[in-house]
Design a binder for this molecule. Structure first.
Ligand SMILES: [Zn+2]
Length: 264
């Protein structure tokens, strides 16, 4: 196969013996690409220092279909997102987004929109104030693009329109029922379809819709979104449960965020 050249972001690095590493990239044209970087930990390597997690660059490799590991021939750095690296909260979230993409994306599946979402989110992550809200934006957009969009306007079970006035849930308080198993909100008639559904405030449901409709060019608007502590908590709970359900695993970096950054 001829050599391929594509933009790429490093989403995972895994050390091997003898100064080698396995690098996982996310690319617009080939989806996830895994390759061995031979001798990369040696200071003499021409790739030394370029293949750090989150780095965005131009990847050169020999593509072979149905191969788990591709052959890496070069990586020219475009952007290192130093603003993320210099801040503990930002780098922690940056690693989480990379792990999320690695957990859901597949090899050979071209999805330029996911690449641009990741690239733009990292740009904004370098200096945005509300880092947690940016992560929620990324999660819902990414779920949409990966084909796991939660249903937010219609009942996930029967498809009926779920609008205001908001339904009374089982606990007798005004709220919306969000079912991870059913794939979104439930209407009054379908409340019993999932006894483990979460009750969230109508405001949190509206925020989810607003984040989903936000365009990449409007990411600066995230700083203007008003959200209460309860909204933050509900969005995080619903989206992380949804992600856990679809990835069938607990993401290590999300657990890390919960243990070291409990307030966001
Ligand atoms: Zn229904």
């Amino acid at each position: 196969m001829p050599a391929q050249k594509t933009e790429a972001i490093v989403i995972r690095t895994y050390p091997l013996r003898d100064a080698h590493k396995i690098i996982t990239f996310y690319t617009p044209d080939f989806g996830r690409v895994k390759a061995v970087a031979y001798g990369v930990k040696s200071p003499k390597s021409k790739l030394s220092g370029r293949l750090e997690l989150l780095n965005h660059g131009m990847l050169l490799f020999n593509y072979r279909e149905n191969r788990d590991l591709q052959s890496l021939s070069g990586f020219e750095l475009i952007e290192g997102f130093d603003g993320i690296r210099d801040d503990f909260t930002r780098i922690t979230y940056g690693c989480y987004l990379a792990e999320l993409v690695d957990a859901i994306a597949s090899e050979g599946d071209a999805n330029p929109e996911i690449f641009h979402l990741l690239q733009n989110t990292y740009h904004v992550l370098t200096d945005i104030e509300d880092v947690a809200m940016l992560a929620r934006f990324f999660e819902i957009k990414f779920l949409d693009l990966a084909g796991y969009a939660p249903q937010l306007s219609h009942c996930a079970n029967c498809g009926s329109n779920v609008t205001s006035p908001y339904l009374k849930n089982k606990q007798g308080t005004a709220g919306m029922l969000f079912s991870v198993q059913q794939g979104g909100i439930l209407c009054n008639n379908c409340q019993n379809r999932d006894t483990s559904a979460y009750s969230i405030t109508p405001g949190s449901c509206e925020l989810l819709k607003a984040l989903r409709h936000l365009k990449l060019a409007e990411l600066d608007k995230i700083n203007r979104i008003r959200a209460s502590t309860l909204n933050h908590r509900e969005l995080k709970l619903v989206l992380s449960s949804f992600i856990r359900y679809h990835t069938e695993r607990n993401l290590k970096s999300l657990k890390f965020i919960e243990s070291v950054l409990p307030s966001v």
